[in-house]
Design a protein around this ligand. Sequence first.
Ligand SMILES: Cc1cc2nc3c(=O)[nH]c(=O)nc-3n(C[C@H](O)[C@H](O)[C@H](O)COP(=O)(O)O)c2cc1C
Length: 180
Amino acid sequence: MAEKVLVISSSLRNSSNSEILARQAARGAEEAGHDVEFISLKDKTLYFCKGCLACQKTMKCVINDDASEICGKVGGCDVLIFASPIYYYELCGQLKTLLDRCNPLYPSDYRFRDVYLITASAEDGDEVYRTAAGGMQGWVDCFEKARLVKVLSGGGLSEPADAQKNEAYLKEAYELGKNI
Ligand SMILES: Cc1cc2nc3c(=O)[nH]c(=O)nc-3n(C[C@H](O)[C@H](O)[C@H](O)COP(=O)(O)O)c2cc1C
């Protein structure tokens, strides 16, 4: 059955490795017949959550920027694929900010169920992305009907477009999307 898949790429650099892998996953999902939307945070304005919690009553954020529209799309899809560079062994700040700004979804009848995370990092090894995966898991755990299905960690990717040369990661990312 065709699912509504939302891919959110959070790296702000050109020829981003995590974005290259996210686009592969999007291609796989499209070829599997899903309805795919790709969003990059590159051209978006996202302010930090103020923590006022007004959204828990109104289901709307008091801040007027691009987060509201993205949050609406997050709440309305079946499958989420987030892509993040690893910054200091964590999710990048811009993705964390977006996750915080999705707080209006917490009391809502959100639709998403399956969540995926794709990371890119210079170093390789489980310990490099573990904290970032934990952060993602923490967000997903707050949405009881959702689950973190898979984390694809692209280690050893340092320079822009390094991912383009890594056939194994490209294939893994494509398969991730294809197998949704
Ligand atoms: C602020 C900053 C912090 C970083 N921290 C780490 C790190 O802790 N571990 C690591 O392996 N790579 C680290 N890197 C390297 C990036 O994760 C790596 O270049 C990755 O390919 C970037 O992904 P992108 O091309 O999708 O932006 C860091 C890069 C920056 C700019």
